[in-house]
Design a protein around this ligand. Structure first.
Ligand SMILES: Cc1cc2nc3c(=O)[nH]c(=O)nc-3n(C[C@H](O)[C@H](O)[C@H](O)COP(=O)(O)OP(=O)(O)OC[C@H]3O[C@@H](n4cnc5c(N)ncnc54)[C@H](O)[C@@H]3O)c2cc1C
Length: 413
């Protein structure tokens, strides 16, 4: 075991793997410490096309193609009998027009295994970080590995520990979130009766007056992920009696009843309660947070892995520059940049739950140019400020919904 590295990365999820791959490419030595044995389950199975740009930059896109995951070319939203389909090929911003729907156990393992083959990267699985001694000059990371406590030093630490939130916990960086407490219940289920092409893509169906929604994400092995997101109280109700109400709910949706009524569950329902998290600070002397250890808003637009990968990449770029002796303005070059993308999704998440997006998505006469621009956001291109639906995200959705309501003679509330 080496005594020092340039960078220690906590967590081998997508944020950690992409950060490690970038730093390795720049000739840095990297140690990735991962608490679990891989493959391991994690939720977050539908990717966005923009994550492919970053995977390509760190030479991981071929690894992903080789896994033969289920192709994802768009997303379809349903509300009662209304349907709104977005195809990524119709998006406004240049870039990828497809991505994949992945079992994260396989996706995350494929990425980290590929990175671990590269010279200069060491990966320890079942190595749980317990403590971090941080100063501007050196970082000391204490971890449990093979029944022993070890301590290794590095010039810089990247926290990509996702739901583990290692540095936010150790450094007291957690900040309360101001969204209503929401939770999720989900399972994997056999999916051998996909009736049409739309069933190859993710399907989101709003219910309970937009307070809840159900997802179905098909995988390439003829299984699917199905889950419901809603107020924590609703999910607690769904969880009772082995998820009885959750199953009943799945069979209530026209597209899902026929598809799943005779399917076996691959694993029984699991829940994640009050998933939204946030932090006061994204960086400090000698450390930076990326992926879910920064902030996680809501899964409605499948943005989590794309934000994890993009933040892992952006943070690694700056870590490399700092280690090369350049001055990095972490607030301007990292925190502000990352937050600008997260804030675009934040506006869309609010607009989803308050019904604004429903008005736009299900309007009878949708403007094709606006649809393209919204499609870009749904594909993850949230840093493209030439897109008015990115640049003016705080106001444009409400204004558009208002115009639609006036045109359709609907009440303005
Ligand atoms: C209900 C729900 C549905 C979602 N659906 C989607 C979706 O469809 N698409 C999408 O893109 N995102 C989705 N997400 C979000 C997605 O789960 C996360 O955004 C994503 O997994 C974040 O990746 P990451 O690399 O930051 O962290 P993770 O993937 O969580 O990886 C972190 C790693 O750190 C390790 N770790 C933790 N603690 C320690 C420690 N002490 N020492 C060492 N290692 C440690 C963990 O074992 C883990 O392997 C969803 C989230 C929820 C709650």
């Amino acid at each position: 075991m080496k005594a020092t590295y340039d960078v220690i990365i906590i967590g081998a999820g997508p944020a950690g793997s992409v950060a490690a791959a970038y730093l390795q490419k720049q000739g840095k030595t990297v140690l990735v410490l991962e608490k679990m044995k891989f493959p391991r389950f994690v939720i977050g199975e539908s990717l966005l096309p923009h994550c492919m740009d970053y995977l390509e930059k760190v030479d991981l896109v071929e690894t992903v193609h080789e896994q033969k995951f289920q192709l994802k070319t768009g997303v379809t939203f349903y509300h009662q009998n209304e349907v709104c389909a977005f195809l990524f090929e119709d998006r406004y911003t240049e870039g990828w027009d497809y991505t994949y729907q992945v079992k994260r156990a396989d996706f995350d393992k494929a990425l980290i295994d590929e990175v671990a083959k590269r010279e200069g990267v060491d990966v320890f699985f079942e190595a749980e970080v317990k403590a971090v001694k941080n100063s501007s000059a050196v970082q000391e990371v204490t971890f449990q590995y093979q029944n022993q406590t070890h301590c290794i030093a590095a010039k810089f630490i990247m926290d990509a520990s996702g739901y583990g939130r290692v540095l936010p916990r150790l450094f007291h960086l957690d900040k309360p979130v101001n969204t209503p407490p929401r939770s999720a219940i989900f399972c994997h289920i056999e999916d051998q009766n996909r009736s049409n092409k739309a069933a190859q893509n993710i399907f989101v169906h709003a219910f309970n007056d937009n307070k809840a929604w159900i997802w179905s994400i098909p995988f390439s092995d003829q299984t699917a992920s199905v889950g419901v997101v809603g107020d924590t109280e609703l999910i607690e109700e769904f969880e009772k009696n082995d998820g009885e109400k959750f199953r009943e709910m799945v069979y209530q949706f026209p597209g899902l009843a026929d598809r799943f009524k005779s399917s076996k569950f691959i694993f029984e329902n699991r829940t994640i309660t009050n998933y939204a998290v946030s932090v006061d600070q994204l960086y400090g002397d000698g450390f930076v947070l990326c992926g879910n250890s920064t902030e996680f808003l809501d899964p409605i637009f499948s943005s989590g892995v794309t934000l994890a990968i993009s933040s892992g990449y952006k943070a690694a770029e700056l870590v490399d520059q700092q280690l090369n002796g350049q001055i990095v303005d972490w607030e301007k070059q990292y925190a502000e940049v990352l937050k600008s993308g997260i804030n675009v999704f934040r506006s869309y998440v609010h607009a989803w739950y308050d019904g604004t997006l429903g008005t736009i998505f299900f309007s009878k006469d949708s403007n094709p140019e606006f649809k393209k621009q919204i499609c870009s956001v749904l594909a993850g291109y949230v840093w493209d400020e030439t897109n008015p639906f990115v640049k003016r995200h705080q106001t444009i959705l409400e204004k558009l919904a208002r115009v639609i309501k006036i045109q359709e003679g609907a009440p303005l509330n």
